[in-house]
Design a protein. Structure first.
Length: 242
């Protein structure tokens, strides 16, 4: 009798897929969504995804049932405040280049995809970067959240704790003042951080931090991994990383 009771109870309390194993959501990171103007610049080539390739990647996500979400939604899932959508993925874009406005935002809007843009506030409005009017326009769509990337895109571990904290606090406050919503996440420039930098990020009020080391996070962290999308990838390469 006890054997049959155990079998019956197990049917009611089978773990869901999310309970059975930690949910690992791919966080993709992009830099330039533009053709490289200098073919001799091999380093930029690896960081540049052509607009055609980017659109094909977004089309792949759409056709295969993926749901791009923001980091706020990801943390809501981790904290069991938000249900898990089908095939969640996070699209992140570093540095606030003008091509985000010209080549990325129109595609996100077409597919109704959410994304995250990490911006260095002291560079906004410069020659290669978006300006605040463009950022406000994008933010008003509700599709993109702008998050911290320091003020001057500095290598944070090279600074004193006080200087690193100032970079983190000032950039957070500037973005919040321009967008009108809380800034909860920071991407460390060059993906570079250590325990001291992560402690400063916590003190600055960030809920999470992101590097660029390869992997898929299984929970909240001050140094979450991301998958850096290469301009050399085929669509098959892209799909294999999800």
């Amino acid at each position: 009798m006890r054997f049959f009771l155990t079998i019956i109870l197990s049917l009611f309390f089978l773990p869901t897929p999310v309970q059975a194993a930690a949910l690992r959501v791919p966080i993709l990171t992009y830099h330039y969504i533009a053709n490289n103007p200098n073919p001799k610049d091999i380093q930029r080539d690896a960081l540049s995804v052509s607009p055609d390739k980017f659109e094909a990647q977004m089309s792949y996500l759409s056709q295969n049932g993926y749901t791009p979400i923001t980091l706020d939604t990801l943390y809501g899932i981790y904290n069991k405040q938000t249900s898990v959508p089908a095939k969640p993925v996070v699209l992140t874009f570093d540095d606030g280049y003008i091509d985000f406005y010209t080549n990325v935002f129109p595609v996100l809007r077409r597919f109704n995809f959410h994304a995250v843009s990490f911006i260095p506030t002291g560079l906004i409005g410069g020659g290669y970067y978006m300006n605040w009017s463009q950022i406000k326009e994008i933010a008003s769509s509700g599709l993109v959240t702008f998050e911290g990337h320091t003020v001057n895109h500095v290598n944070l571990p090279s600074l004193s704790y006080t200087a690193a904290l100032k970079q983190l606090v000032d950039s957070k406050n500037i973005i919040q003042a321009n967008t009108g919503y809380p800034v909860n996440f920071v991407a460390y420039p060059y993906g570079s951080s250590n325990g001291t930098v992560q402690a400063a990020a916590r003190q600055a009020g960030y809920a999470g931090g992101l590097g660029i080391w390869y992997g898929k996070p299984g929970g909240p962290s001050m140094n979450m991994p991301r998958i850096k999308v290469s301009g050399f990838w085929s669509i098959k390469d892209f799909a294999s990383r999800l």
